[in-house]
Design a protein around this ligand. Structure first.
Ligand code: DOR
Length: 440
């Protein structure tokens, strides 16, 4: 049911400027943006004093676990966590059970997504069952609106198969997103390889496992002309490879996860499995290089890699525990932190968390959107679909795992004071989070 909303007293963040303005939303679209707007009787007023008002956040990398992993998360619970984190659209990863590798499962996830308050776009697997041996029917998934294909959780190990996937992908006009880890170098490892892993007696996953696949895929993308997206990059050398390839004209985008920007491998010395993730937390030099690359635009997007796991998957020895951490409800504040904290430029924050990810997922107003998804990552202009995120930059919430909306609580940030909070989220013109509280 649509409503009329007036978001008043905040600073509107467009791609080019930050200015004091109210936003009037009528029938699901932005009707007016300006100072001192009048609103008709019956308008719901949302106070944005001291807040940034920007486009709703778009996550390129969310594990929603449904079908098959409902103990960890469902589309519904993940969407609720997302909206509380300021997101109005997420791309669901295909490592479900069964895998999202055909039209039937894609259609199931789309249907489950439509019952939530935000846009849930499934990604499709590149290979059948994500097993890395046979190409999945990408065309039938693309026909339902899938624009991103990935075997995430695992990279496509066979270079010849990846080349063929890119050849098909180019023809379909979709993007192939790679989890870059060469298993012949990484298999069996559970943290970053180095002096620390040796002293802890844990087998490492070396940075070169990532870099070797980054280099391979950049060459394949150059050869095939397919659009390539590199998932959760974690090393300085990966950024160098990316930058060199871009300079040669390779069509490539890349994301970084909040945990690789803000956490380092020394945390693994606690043997607390909440710090186990693939690719692993690296050293301080890598994290600093990632923050620099995010600020200077070499990295395009921050994506959560929200990876919920139930306690029995995490409460195990470090080498045996499931990798991954939840992230939807902390990503915004951690991105602000990585972009300079109180000095962060709000235009950069919304660029890396909304506008560029929306463009990568082809969810912008100018994209041909199949599947009924609304337009995301907008410029805050009249006529746009009203997907909005209102950020309270003076809030200092402390992360309490038990207050997360995700069904899983495996956050590595328990007890951390965050540099911002989500005050309101508006999706398709409906206020779904008001004063930090989910409305539905
Ligand atoms: O740590 C991770 N967990 N990395 C991935 O790529 C997959 C994810 C998961 O699905 O749990």
């Amino acid at each position: 049911m649509s409503e009329t909303l007036l978001i008043h007293g905040g600073s509107v963040v467009t791609p080019t400027e930050v200015r004091r303005a109210d936003v009037l939303v009528v029938d699901g679209v932005i009707a007016a943006v300006g100072e001192g707007l009048e609103a008709p009787d019956g308008t719901r007023r949302l106070d944005a004093t001291g807040c940034w008002v920007g486009p709703g956040l778009v996550d390129l990398h969310t594990h929603l676990r449904e079908p098959g992993g409902e103990e960890a998360e469902t589309v519904e619970s993940g969407a609720r966590a997302a909206m509380c984190g300021g997101y109005t659209a997420v791309v669901a990863m295909p490592n479900t059970t069964p895998s999202t590798d055909c039209a039937a499962v894609v259609a199931q996830v789309i249907t489950l997504g439509r019952a939530t308050s935000i846009d849930v776009m499934p990604s499709g697997a590149i290979t059948v069952g994500r097993e890395g041996t046979h190409l999945a029917p990408m065309a039938e998934m693309a026909a339902l609106g899938v624009t991103i294909f990935t075997d995430d959780g695992m990279g496509v190990q066979d270079a010849g198969l990846m080349r063929r996937a890119m050849e098909y992908g180019r023809g379909l006009g979709v993007t192939l997103a790679e989890h870059c880890e060469d298993e012949s170098l990484a298999a069996g490892g559970c943290m970053n390889e180095g002096a620390l892993s040796s002293s802890l007696g844990l087998v490492g996953r070396p940075g070169i496992a990532e870099e070797a696949m980054v280099a391979r895929d950049l060459l394949l993308a150059e050869r095939t002309g397919c659009s390539l997206h590199l998932l959760h990059l974690s090393t300085a050398r990966s950024i160098e490879l990316l930058t060199e390839a871009r300079a040669r004209g390779v069509v490539v985008t890349a994301e970084v996860a909040p945990h690789h920007l803000t956490l380092t491998e020394d945390l693994c010395a606690t043997y607390d499995t909440v710090y186990k993730v693939h690719p692993p937390l690296r050293g301080a030099d890598d994290a600093a290089a990632l923050r620099l690359a995010l600020s200077d635009g070499h990295l395009d997007a921050v994506a959560t890699d929200h990876a919920p796991h139930p306690p029995q998957a995490k409460d195990r020895p470090f080498d045996d525990a499931a990798p991954g951490m939840v992230g939807l409800e902390t990503a915004l504040a951690l991105t602000i932190e990585a972009l300079g904290g109180e000095a962060a430029d709000p235009r950069a924050v919304f660029r890396v968390l909304s506008r560029t990810p929306a463009a990568i997922a082809r969810l912008r107003a100018s994209d041909e959107r199949i599947g009924g998804f609304s337009a995301q990552g907008g410029d805050l202009a009249p006529g746009e679909d009203a997907n909005l995120c209102v950020v309270d930059v003076s809030a200092r919430p402390v992360v309490d795992p038990h207050r997360l909306h995700s069904r899983s609580k495996n956050t590595p940030y328990a007890g951390r004071t965050l540099l911002a909070g989500v005050r309101h989220t508006v999706a398709r013109g409906i206020a779904i989070v008001i004063d930090g509280e989910a409305q539905r």
